[in-house]
Design a protein around this ligand. Structure first.
Ligand code: EPZ
Length: 421
């Protein structure tokens, strides 16, 4: 079990490069199941979640070879279209094999994802969307068992839920519809850049999709798809995490391989709290005077402010000159980091889906516990500015979504040690 020892406060300065997007790579790796043959995916980050997804595919009979950011996937043989509990319990995103396998094999069993630290996460929208395409679905011994005898059939599907669109439900239904007979219209589809990347990849495989990037996706089913070579988009959440790190440390970071067009809500928020953001050829430069203004943030589906940056920006606003309010509209209980930031002398108060943040002069180092991927990123961001040595426990959470984060941050002035305990 690794921990981080982080000494602060530091000032970050220099160039830092963003890796490929985890949340784009996962559904795209699953989409390779839609066709026989060998696909090559590039720019894939070296993360434990990616390794879990590859294990899932290998368990079914596929072959995967990872090499320096490329993954070759041969999905010719699928002798067991099953997502085993022992693998799915490690990563909820395993659910995105459901649509591709149903469309390709006409049957699939996937362990139902269980509880999650960020809150209640049902999969009803996934199941509803696939049932509208003609799938028969039942739950057996904790497994979602879906069949489509005679194949799937196109339909008009409303995919909205209580919290708006669903990213991975859109991915599942979009993939399934590519091989369904006839036309499918998905209303209230997720417009996240990761879904656009998936749709662009599917089009390269021969799928017929229009409305990409909009809440209405139109798919005309085809008989078969072909293998693909595709480079995934940069990780906007990793980029946003580095922006928060620059903001909280009075830093100056040149963030490379960053798509600023995917981060407009975040850049707008940074500028509103007195953080300078200059767009550059391959990214942006973030410069902080340390005089952070307070603000209100409400998380929303894309292009709104991403919930996956809520925790990191809460850490930044802990040092703002005044009171801020964060409202979490996607995962109303996604506040595991609040108690840990309070241990670092932050002044935080919870009121329903809101956190009231009263800015403090400084954060104080303390031993803290990571609980989920983005909460742990927020603790690292806070520790960079905190006075003293912070111990972040359960670093495995951060390794799920950030490739060698301590090396990247140390290269621009952080003092992070990884230790096994
Ligand atoms: C994706 O999860 C991301 N994961 C999450 O990132 C991200 O937080 C989330 O989208 C929102 O942006 C991946 O891409 C692998 P949703 P997903 O379905 O698709 C409710 C990270 O840190 N809902 O868009 O599972 C749900 O409970 C991870 O990298 C239903 O009610 O999220 C939530 O309140 C964490 N029924 C809301 O919709 C459903 O069937 C949005 O969830 C599905 C979702």
């Amino acid at each position: 079990m690794d921990i981080f020892k982080i000494t602060g406060p530091v000032r970050l300065e220099g160039e830092i490069t963003v890796g490929g997007s985890k949340n784009s790579a996962l559904p795209i790796i699953a989409a390779s199941l839609l066709t026989a043959g060998k696909s090559t995916l590039r720019g894939i980050p070296n993360l434990s979640d990616i390794a879990v997804m590859c294990k899932l595919l290998e368990d079914m009979g596929c072959k995967t070879v990872a090499d320096n950011g490329d993954i070759a996937i041969d999905a010719t043989t699928i002798y067991k279209p099953i997502g085993d509990y022992e693998i799915v319990r490690k990563m909820r995103a395993s659910i995105c094999i459901l649509g591709p396998l149903l469309a390709r094999c006409g049957k699939v069993e996937v362990s139902m994802p269980g509880g999650c630290a960020i809150g209640y996460r049902p999969v009803d929208i996934h199941l509803r969307g696939l049932q509208e395409l003609g799938a028969k679905i039942e739950l057996r011994n904790g497994y979602i068992c879906a069949t489509a005898n005679g194949g799937l059939k196109g339909a008009n599907i409303f995919l909205g839920g209580a919290f708006g669109s669903s990213v991975l439900a859109t991915a599942n239904v979009l993939c399934a519809a590519t091989l369904a007979r006839g036309k499918t219209v998905i209303e209230y589809a997720s417009c996240e850049p990761e879904i656009t990347d998936l749709a662009n990849c599917l089009v390269k495989m021969g799928a017929k999709i229009t409305g990409i990037g909009s809440p209405q996706l139109i798919i005309n089913g085809v008989k078969e798809l072909k293998p693909v070579e595709h480079t995934v988009i940069p990780d906007r959440i990793e980029a946003g995490t580095f922006m928060a790190a620059a903001a909280i440390t009075k830093g100056n970071l040149k963030i490379k391989n960053c798509r600023t067009d995917h981060l407009m809500a975040v850049i707008n928020k940074l500028r509103s709290i007195n953080i300078a953001v200059e767009e550059t050829q391959d990214g942006c430069e973030v410069c902080s005077s340390g005089n952070i203004e307070p603000t209100d943030i409400t998380t929303l589906p894309y292009p709104g402010f991403p919930t996956d940056l809520q925790a990191q920006f809460m850490a930044v606003l802990c040092l703002a000159k005044g009171n801020s309010i964060i409202t979490e509209k996607i995962f109303p209980d996604r506040f595991m980091h609040v108690a840990e930031l309070s241990r670092m002398a932050a002044n935080l108060r919870k009121e329903g889906p809101h956190i009231i943040i009263s800015g403090v002069e400084k954060l104080i180092a303390a031993p803290v516990m990571a609980s989920d991927l983005r909460a742990s990123a927020a603790l690292v961001v806070a520790a960079l500015a905190a006075h003293g040595e912070t111990i972040v426990n359960r670093v495995y959470h951060i390794d799920r979504g950030y490739e060698k984060i301590e090396e990247k941050l140390n290269a621009v002035g952080a003092k992070i040690q990884r230790q096994s305990v």
